[in-house]
Design a protein around this ligand. Structure first.
Ligand code: DC
Length: 207
């Protein structure tokens, strides 16, 4: 595959975007960018005392390898810096370039189909109920050795949803032409199969 195709996968925290995006990218041989990691890396630097814009402008590949990026504190910090238009603007060029690279790209985040790549050939909005998302995130954090309580994780998910959906710049919402995939009652395999099928339809239409 040599042409460009952008697959935009948006949705709230812990809906399954990451798992689905990785699987779709692996299936078709596309590159994958978890854009949440960019905001997490900026958030982590802000927790270290760096100013948000400075952190976003100076972001380097190594910053995405920090091992604290998946912690609840960094998730909240990411959601807070993501409200700032100047931080979002500083991360734009990198995401655009990634989206149009040869060979196809999958980007997952909150605003890929609406703001970063409104021209994406495939747009999915992956969602699930807050309770189910919180339970998944709780099990994931617990498995990774984090000492957390269920209620805290649910409050964290609901708080981030609220901030991500109600910010002025690039709020979380489905693009008008996105296909909504509710994973509340789907196994991982079924959710991945639905996403792969959607991409395949678009590839077949292009011939
Ligand atoms: O997908 P995630 O949980 O790793 O994202 C962390 C935070 O980053 C999320 O709460 C909001 C922000 N984010 C964003 O505003 N836009 C994106 N495209 C991706 C993430």
């Amino acid at each position: 595959m040599t042409g460009t195709i952008t697959v935009a996968i948006d949705g709230p925290a812990a809906a399954g975007k990451g798992t689905i995006s990785k699987a779709v990218a692996a299936y078709f041989g596309f590159a994958h960018l978890d854009t949440g990691l960019l905001y997490r890396a900026v958030g982590a630097k802000v927790l270290d005392g760096v100013a948000p814009l400075e952190a976003a402008q100076a972001l380097e590949a190594a910053d995405l390898d920090r091992d604290d990026l998946r912690t609840p504190d960094v998730a909240q910090a990411a959601s807070r810096v993501a409200v700032l238009p100047e931080v979002r603007a500083a991360l734009l060029d990198f995401q655009h370039a990634f989206a149009r690279r040869a060979g196809g790209a999958v980007l997952d985040g909150r605003d890929i189909g609406t703001v970063i790549c409104p021209e994406a050939e495939v747009k999915l909005f992956v969602t699930a109920s807050p309770e189910i998302r919180a339970e998944r995130r709780f099990l994931e954090l617990e498995a990774n050795g984090h000492d957390v309580m269920r209620e805290e994780v649910l409050a964290d998910v609901v708080g981030r949803d609220d901030r991500d959906m109600n910010r002025v710049d690039a709020p979380l919402k489905p693009a008008v032409d996105a296909v909504v995939l509710d994973t509340s009652d789907l196994s991982i395999d079924a959710a991945v199969a639905a996403a792969v099928a959607r991409v395949q339809v678009v590839l077949d239409q292009r011939g």
